[in-house]
Ligand binder design. Structure first.
Ligand SMILES: [Cu+2]
Length: 144
């Protein structure tokens, strides 16, 4: 009985090498996961994260608004809903230069003041951003 137990113990006894390595890998993986989560959370709640959270894609478009303010490195409101044929005007009021560049190629110049307008003839969703600050983005939803 005791011999059998000793033999079982010998069989069950894991080789220390791989088990230890596996444990180290597991601990490192856990630490990396914690690091990734805390970094992501830190970013999410940082001022830049707040801008990302405020991004156009996550916002309900403001209806009946045809003037977008370019202020404090933001488009306000970042998302607007207009009717086909409407003209939307961007009004700069910032100490930094910005532009409005649409995915379809329509673009304002780089400017710190003044205005730029675009008329939207066709229904659809038009995404744009400031190419100098890629976190600045917006969209125009055009109803038919
Ligand atoms: Cu900008």
């Amino acid at each position: 009985m005791s011999a059998a137990t000793r033999q079982d113990a010998r069989h069950v006894e894991p080789t220390p090498g791989p088990t230890r390595a596996r444990r180290v890998v597991r601990v490192v993986a856990a630490l990396v996961a914690v690091l990734v989560v805390t970094t992501a959370a830190g970013f999410w709640f940082s001022p830049i994260g707040a801008r990302w959270r405020a991004d156009a894609a996550g916002q309900q478009p403001a209806g009946g608004v045809t003037t977008v303010d370019v202020v404090d490195s933001n488009f306000r409101p970042a998302s607007v809903r207009v009717d086909a044929g409407d003209e939307v005007t961007w009004r700069w009021s910032d100490s930094q230069d910005h532009n409005v560049v649409f995915e379809d190629g329509e673009a304002s110049s780089v400017q710190a003041d003044g205005t730029w307008s675009r008329t939207f003839e066709r229904p659809g969703e038009y995404a744009y951003s400031c190419t100098l600050h890629l976190f600045m983005d917006g969209r125009v939803v055009v109803d038919g």
